[in-house]
Design a protein around this ligand. Sequence first.
Ligand SMILES: *Cc1c(COP(=O)(O)O)cnc(C)c1O
Length: 400
Amino acid sequence: MPGFELFGKQERNEVNDVLDNGVLMRYGFDAFRNGHWKAKTLEQELKNTLQTKYVQLVSSGTAAVSVALASAGVGAGDEVIMPTFTFVASFEAIMMLGAIPVLVDIDDTLALDPGAVEKAITVKTKAVMVVQMCGSMGRMDALQIICKKYGLLLIEDACQAIGGTFNGKPLGSLGDLGCFSFDFVKTITCGEGGAVITNKEDYYLNADHYSDHGHDHIGHDRGAETHPFWGYNFRISELNAAVGLAQVRRLPEFIEIQKKNYAILRDALSQIPEIIFRTVPDGGEESYAFLNFYLPDLKMANKSIQALKLAGIDGCFHYYNNHWHYIRKWEHLKNLKSLFPISNEVKEGLTYLQNRTFEQSDEFISRNISCLIKLSWTEQEVRDRASKMVEVISHTLKTN
Ligand SMILES: *Cc1c(COP(=O)(O)O)cnc(C)c1O
């Protein structure tokens, strides 16, 4: 997945354009920038790549999720349904707005289980946030139907799935709003950065203003701009946008490499009858950023991950014991470890986490192994890795 592996001449050239005139900010300073508008140009490129009407770049993927929710009017006391398996950014972004994250089970797609979503809906529910984890997607048809039926927003976090599609449409473009991250380890990187995408003009204008102190961006004098509402500073810098501009143009190349490497690994692992690959919904095509599979049980997953490490195979994750991605280790959320006081409404809204268990999520995450697909591997390296993985996992399964 990481675009930083192929940081090269194109990225340096784009950054040098910015360094030449020193205008590091995306807004204003028109006379000094020699026509370089990296953030604006990257937004244009992303519109084409993601087949969407509007793109607003921001400072991170976490900011993108907060800005997307705020732009659609989600705030104090509203419930946002999100998966147990994601990145901590999902609940952070919800909590920042004073809204309440309602965690529900995932299914064999490693994304939201539509049945669990429907059960969790209350009068306070405002949005459903599907997180397209590890290069693939949830059951988008079912989720879209549920959101329509109950009049809920569908927010799509596609931070880990740029380049994937559902029924031919880019992931991230299927919800009312889509969110992307271009942090250092994502498929394309800005160093730090993110984007909100939507086809709705009012959501876009809200995102544009909110991410820059509420500025309306009308005219050419920042000091004279008015503020229809207040906002914050979630701006991306021109330097970061410049890196992303070079990277987005290479996305088709990156996806092709991922697909090739993924296919070699998957082909090899298919020889092992006990391995079941993660379900990709009909009509879906992964971005091939990760290869995900299930082993028979937790014990086998634990043993296999240890054995892979011992054999020198890096980049394989067992998220069951991971502090970043799965509810099981989020003690700081369960125990409301906030730096500052939070509202009683949010406190009460989160009491369910004290004794709620997520057996269905445990069932999938405990058996799942997720392997990062790198861009820099040579074909020989992928083939060697594939045969080593088959050998190690087969041996582990035999020695029970
Ligand atoms: C990386 C990531 C984010 C947050 O992005 P940052 O740019 O690191 O803030 C949010 N959601 C998911 C699923 C991610 O993988």
